[in-house]
Ligand binder design. Structure first.
Ligand SMILES: Nc1ncnc2c1ncn2[C@@H]1O[C@H](COP(=O)(O)OP(=O)(O)OP(=O)(O)O)[C@@H](O)[C@H]1O
Ligand SMILES: [Mg+2]
Length: 289
């Protein structure tokens, strides 16, 4: 099983949203991580065949993204997925099943099985308008699974989930990634840190890094420090190093930063995580708050 993205670019007028991205994805969970506007949705929409690349090609096991068989292998949850508030969860599933061409008996059996899978069986007959954000997201995922897709693509599936729902979601994705390719986008670091075997880090349309958590944090390994200091000292340090976190602690500030050479006096080395890497790459855009 392989999804191949070969030097794919997307140009909107004169703005480059996706810049020569190449990927080879196999079974497992992939977390596409990037700040707002990085190009995640543009890339995902091209992978799902709803947006035409300006250049490059996309295929799944030899099937071109335009092929009907490619579509049949795909499950897609868009970022702005529209639910019908007056539908019950069950009716919504039947409706989506009919759009996907499933017969009534199959639709019924699948709906029962999938609502069970996403823990919505006991609210199957309740209207969607009464659902929490997390329940809607789980229903959204359930509908993507109606055709048992080999390629499952979820755009920002954890947006608006509370911590409990987030954990529930992670467990569901872990199960789903066992025999298919799951590609999910997010700008929440802890989501991918916990569920994605492979992290795809995207910035300004480019794929900066791809690899396991260990692989991609390699760049800053052993170079992350913390230091508690006076405000004026902190200002100075801010000019010298890429600051990845800046937190007031009473009169002082706690700085977390990346330092390539000898650290300043009083700095303590800390374990580099994905959050550090993310802030390291994106702090320029986010400001040193
Ligand atoms: N239809 C469009 N026309 C023009 N520019 C667009 C269009 N869609 C997206 N863009 C631009 O392309 C860039 C990438 O947008 P995209 O939606 O792919 O980013 P994203 O990573 O999904 O962001 P978010 O995290 O906010 O969902 C942005 O600068 C955006 O403004
Ligand atoms: Mg998006």
């Amino acid at each position: 099983m392989e999804l191949t993205v070969d030097r794919v670019s997307k140009l909107y007028k004169n703005k480059i949203a996706v810049d020569r991205v190449s990927l080879r994805l196999h079974e497992g969970v992939y977390g596409l991580l990037g700040e707002n506007g990085a190009g995640k949705t543009s890339l995902i929409r091209m992978v799902c065949g709803v947006l035409k690349p300006s250049s490059g090609s996309i295929s799944f096991d030899g099937l071109d993204v335009g092929d009907e068989e490619y579509r049949a292998a795909l499950g897609y949850l868009p970022q702005d997925f529209g639910y019908y508030p007056e539908f019950s969860a069950q009716d919504f599933m039947y409706y989506m099943a009919s759009l996907k061409g499933l017969t009534k008996p199959v639709a019924r059996a699948k709906t029962r099985e999938l609502l069970e899978l996403v823990s919505l069986s006991d609210v199957a007959k309740k209207k969607i308008r009464t659902f929490s954000g997390g329940m809607k997201q789980r229903l959204g995922i359930a509908q993507t699974l109606l055709n048992d897709p080999k390629l499952l693509v979820l755009d920002e599936p954890t947006a608006g989930l509370d911590p409990k729902e987030r954990i529930r979601f992670r467990n569901l994705i872990a199960r789903l990634g066992q025999n298919r390719i799951v590609l999910l986008s997010t700008h929440i670091v802890s989501d991918v840190e916990h569920i994605a075997g492979t992290i795809l880090l995207m910035k300004k349309g480019k794929m900066l890094h791809q690899g396991s958590l260990e692989d991609i944090t390699q760049v800053i390994r052993g170079k992350v420090y913390q230091c508690l200091m006076e405000n004026h000292e902190a200002q100075e340090l801010t000019r010298l190093y890429p600051i990845i976190n800046y937190r007031s602690q009473g009169e002082k500030v706690l700085l977390r930063f990346v330092c390539q050479g000898d650290p300043p006096a009083g700095a303590v080395k800390v374990t580099a995580g994905l959050e550090d890497l993310y802030l390291y790459y994106f702090s320029e855009a986010e400001g040193h708050e």
